[in-house]
Design a binder for this molecule. Structure first.
Ligand code: SF4
Ligand code: MG
Length: 318
C-alpha cells in the first residue's frame, strides 16, 4: 500500500534576500498510492515549498524526497531519476500564467509527448492530444485554439491534459482551483477525482480551503510555520481535531460543521519565519501555552487515530 511514498525529513533553507528562512522543518510525509494527501496551512506555512520539493524544483538542504524508495536528488542515480521525473507532475494555482499564450493548445499538450518520446509521428501526436483533451472533457477541435480563447476552468483542464500527457502516477496540485470561480471549482475538483479513479493517480493536494480539502483528501496534514502540527483523515480532523492550531483553523471557517463547542478562531498574525518562536512555534497564539511549550519543540506522536505534535495534548490537558 505504501509503494508511492514521499517520506522525508527535511531541513530546508530557502534564501530570501540575505536571510536564511527555514521554510520546512522536520516534515515527514508518506503518501499512499492512489490516495490524496492534503496539506493545509496559512500562507507562509511552507505548503508551496513542500510542493516544489516533492516534484524536484527545490532541493532540500537536508533529508530526502523518495519515490518508490529512490531519492529524487540522488546524483548517483541520474538515469533512474530521469525516468522517475516522468512519473510525477505538478498542476499550479494559476492556469493563466502556466500556459504559453503564443502556443496552440495542441502544441502545449504535445510538448511532453515529444520530450518523453511517448508519441513521435505527427499522426500519433494528434491522436494522443485529441485523446487527452477528451479525457479532460474538452474537444479535440479545441487543439487549434490559443489559451486566451478559453475560460479559467477550461485553461485548468488544458493544464491537466498537459500534466497527464506523461502518464504520471503522482501529481502535486498546488491550490489548483483557488484562482477559479466557486461554480467552476467544483467541476475541476470532480474531474480530478474522476481522473484519480480512472488512472489510479496519487495526489499531494495543497490548499488553504478546508471545505475543498474535506472533499478531496483521504488524509490531511496541517502545517504551521514549516512544521506539521497534526495528520488525520479529514472526517476525524473535522470532528475532533486535537491540535489547538487545527481547532482554531476550523473555527475560522463560518460554514464548517462544528460539534457544539465554543469557537476560538485563530487570532494574530502568523509569525515571521525568519525568527520563528522558540519551542512550539504556535505558542504566542495558543490559549493553552505553558512554560514547556515556550521551551521545547513538540514532536509528532500517534494518539487515537491522529498524529499530533502538542505538549498539551500529550499531557492530557487539551
Ligand atoms: Fe499550544 Fe503548547 Fe500545544 Fe503548542 S504545544 S499548541 S503552545 S499547548
Ligand atoms: Mg479519492
Amino acid at each position: 500500500e505504501f509503494d508511492v511514498s514521499a517520506p522525508w525529513l527535511n531541513r530546508v533553507i530557502e534564501r530570501k534576500g540575505k536571510q536564511s528562512v527555514k521554510a520546512v522543518d522536520d516534515v515527514t510525509l508518506e503518501i499512499r498510492k492512489g490516495k490524496t494527501f492534503a496539506l493545509v496551512g496559512e500562507s507562509g506555512s511552507g505548503k508551496s515549498t513542500i510542493a516544489r520539493m516533492v516534484v524536484g524544483l527545490i532541493e532540500p538542504t537536508k533529508g530526502a524526497v523518495k519515490f518508490d524508495d529512490v531519492d529524487i536528488w540522488d546524483a548517483a542515480n541520474k538515469r533512474q531519476v530521469g525516468e522517475l521525473r516522468r512519473r510525477f507532475q505538478m498542476i499550479f494555482q494559476d492556469p493563466y500564467a502556466s500556459l504559453n499564450p503564443r502556443w496552440r493548445v495542441r502544441d502545449i499538450v504535445a510538448e511532453p509527448l515529444k520530450t518523453y518520446g511517448i508519441a513521435t509521428t505527427s499522426a500519433e501526436i494528434n491522436k494522443e492530444v485529441g485523446r487527452l483533451l477528451e479525457v479532460v472533457k474538452l474537444s479535440p477541435e479545441d487543439g487549434i485554439k490559443y489559451p486566451h480563447q478559453f475560460s479559467g476552468g477550461q485553461r485548468q483542464r488544458i493544464c491537466i491534459a498537459r500534466a497527464l500527457a506523461n502518464r504520471p502516477e503522482f501529481i502535486v496540485c498546488d491550490e489548483p482551483t483557488s484562482a477559479l470561480d466557486v461554480s467552476v471549482q467544483a467541476q475541476i475538483l470532480n474531474l480530478m477525482r474522476d481522473l484519480q479513479d480512472e488512472f489510479g493517480l496519487t495526489y499531494l493536494f495543497i490548499s488553504h480551503n478546508l471545505a475543498v480539502v474535506n472533499y478531496m483528501a483521504d488524509e490531511v496534514g496541517v502545517l504551521y510555520l514549516g512544521r506539521l502540527a497534526e495528520i488525520a483523515p479529514p472526517r476525524v480532523l473535522f470532528e475532533r481535531a486535537r491540535h489547538p492550531y487545527t481547532r482554531s483553523l476550523l473555527d475560522s471557517v463560518p460554514d464548517m460543521e462544528m460539534t457544539g463547542r465554543e469557537r476560538h478562531p485563530v487570532k494574530g498574525e502568523i509569525p515571521n519565519p525568519i525568527s520563528p518562536p522558540s519551542g512550539c512555534a504556535f505558542h504566542p497564539r495558543c490559549p493553552f501555552a505553558n512554560d514547556r511549550c515556550r521551551r521545547e519543540v513538540p514532536l509528532m506522536k500517534a494518539q487515537d487515530g491522529v498524529v499530533v505534535a502538542c505538549h498539551g495534548v500529550e499531557e492530557g490537558r487539551i
